[in-house]
Design a protein around this ligand. Sequence first.
Ligand code: AMP
Ligand code: MN
Ligand code: MN
Ligand code: MN
Length: 294
Amino acid sequence: MPPSLPVSANAPLNADLHSHSVVSDGTLTPEDMAARAHAAGVQLWALTDHDEVGGVPRARAAADALGLPFVAGVEISVSFAGQTVHVVGLGVDEHDATLGAALARNRGGREPRARAMAAVFDRLGITNTYDGALAHVGNPELISRTHFARHLVERGVCRDMNDAFRKYLGDGKVAHVATPWAGLGEALGWIHGAGGVAVVAHPARYRFSPTVEYALFSEFTAHGGRGVEVVTGSHTAAEVVRYADLAREFGLAASRGSDFHGPGESRVELGALPALASDLTPVWQLLDAARPLS
Ligand code: AMP
Ligand code: MN
Ligand code: MN
Ligand code: MN
């Protein structure tokens, strides 16, 4: 069990429940992430690597040593209505065998997809991008578009990460190769089977029509999903308001997380986010780590 939280139930908590390490597409080790979160004043921290819980024991050990309350997390890639949706699982048991096998299966599409992306770059005359991206990878099963973007920037092909996604890697762009991820119901089943709470990540980043967005949240709640990220590093102030309303409409708890990937790459520092509106139910009230508060 993590240490008890240091504040009362009514005080705003500096929770950061979305972040990445080198175990997926971040640039810091789980230990360095724990130290950085602690130094930044984070009071409840989750590591949520993409499709992988391998960094969780290291992150927890480092957080425990610092007295930083920790939540085991994962960000699962899901295919929904022809797009990729990210679902964060919080409070999962990282030793759950079904979750482990399912995440391994979800990761399995990454290597062939990365090779197909490199083949597109070859055709564009930008060669050896697979090996170039691989040089940035901390976990060989977790090669992602982020690693290609870092390689393109390092090579001078793109000005910065955003440029790489805008020109080549973003959804529907020339070097984006779609891969089938888990189904929504499957991913929620794995999270729930591992004792976790499911949260829709950065909802404003999807390009859904209002009807399809409504279908996403309807299906998500029907499958037992409990939360939505209202405050995230990629939401504008207007988007925070919009998804606070959506949380109220669907009766979802609200999450808060930076989606920090590393120094110099992320829009916001760990924990450096606005507070959740006080009438929302913070998702950490649903987690084991928050039980001492209730
Ligand atoms: P993948 O899981 O391989 O499809 O890669 C998705 C990852 O790309 C996300 O988790 C983000 O870290 C990163 N990403 C997506 N869009 C951008 C962007 N515009 N700038 C920087 N990183 C991005
Ligand atoms: Mn990422
Ligand atoms: Mn994401
Ligand atoms: Mn993320």
